[in-house]
Design a protein around this ligand. Structure first.
Ligand SMILES: [Zn+2]
Length: 274
């Protein structure tokens, strides 16, 4: 699933190449991805220009020139692609925006869980307030003290399910939770109340180090993720444990293992993480 670094990568590319582009027409091939009837959606976005683009958690927010904003969530396997119109269109292409430069912005998703909402730009804060999103882990306000205070409110939680809980911290999913906990040398099934001060500090440090590294590598492609130009990320080449079951651990002579934790595949080195 695209997590914070992947959505941030798409956001930065979007800002570079799509700001100011006008939507000439829209072809809705799967109305189910929209929160409003497709005729209404098309009527509101056609003729509008892309303006400011931001990210909140794993959501991309694209302000339009007409007072509305697109909110896009790629869920597990969604891809947002800025392509030439001659690129083949398959059954998994759910919406096509025809732009004034002759290119297209397409949303493609083999699982069809991706979603687009159309909200008034002034209503965006209430969209996120309703979802009770946790803090942004790369924001300047996300200090060690604030993280420590936050984590202490969940003494009975297991650390990995807590890290990927979007109400706790926004934007972290399974890939980066596995990597952060390897960095922190903490077993993903540990209870928060059993974590030492030093371990909490290492989880915080890992979060603040690994997410920016992954952004600098334009995200992780383990399966579906592609950037706006249709290219894979590169951070998969830097993963220590995620999706590396059976591979040698970089930190010890042991081997990376995969376990199930709260229904999620979870990767760890049982020798390095306690
Ligand atoms: Zn190890």
């Amino acid at each position: 699933m695209p997590e914070l670094p992947e959505v941030e990568t798409i956001k930065r590319e979007f800002a570079q190449v799509l700001t100011g582009r006008r939507i000439e027409s829209v072809e809705v091939r799967s109305p189910i991805i929209l929160d409003i009837p497709s005729s209404q959606f098309v009527g509101r976005v056609e003729g509008a220009e892309f303006r400011n683009v931001t990210r909140r958690a794993k959501y991309l927010v694209v302000d339009l020139s007409n007072g509305f904003s697109l909110i896009i969530h790629l869920k597990i396997s969604g891809q947002l692609l800025y392509v030439l119109p001659d690129r083949p269109i398959d059954d998994y292409t759910h919406i096509i925006f025809n732009l004034d430069d002759g290119k297209q912005l397409r949303l493609r998703d083999v699982n069809s869980f991706a979603s687009i909402w159309l909200f008034k730009t002034t209503d965006i804060p209430s969209f996120f307030a309703y979802r009770k999103m946790g803090p942004e882990p790369l924001s300047p306000n996300f200090t060690y003290e604030s993280f420590r205070a936050l984590i202490k409110r969940h003494p009975r939680a297991m650390i990995k399910p807590l890290l990927i809980n979007q109400h706790f911290v926004a934007g972290i999913g399974s890939i980066y939770a596995d990597e952060i906990l390897f960095y922190a040398r903490v077993h993903p099934a540990r209870k928060v109340s059993d974590l030492s001060e030093e371990e909490i500090r290492r989880i915080y440090d890992g979060t603040r180090q690994i997410l920016p590294e992954a952004i600098s590598h334009r995200g992780t492609t383990t399966q579906f993720y592609l950037d706006l130009r249709g290219q894979k990320g590169e951070h998969q080449n830097y993963l220590k444990v995620h999706a590396k079951a059976g591979k040698p651990c970089e930190g010890c002579p042991g081997v990376v293992e995969k376990i199930e934790l709260s229904g999620r595949g979870t990767y760890l080195c049982p020798s390095c993480q306690h």
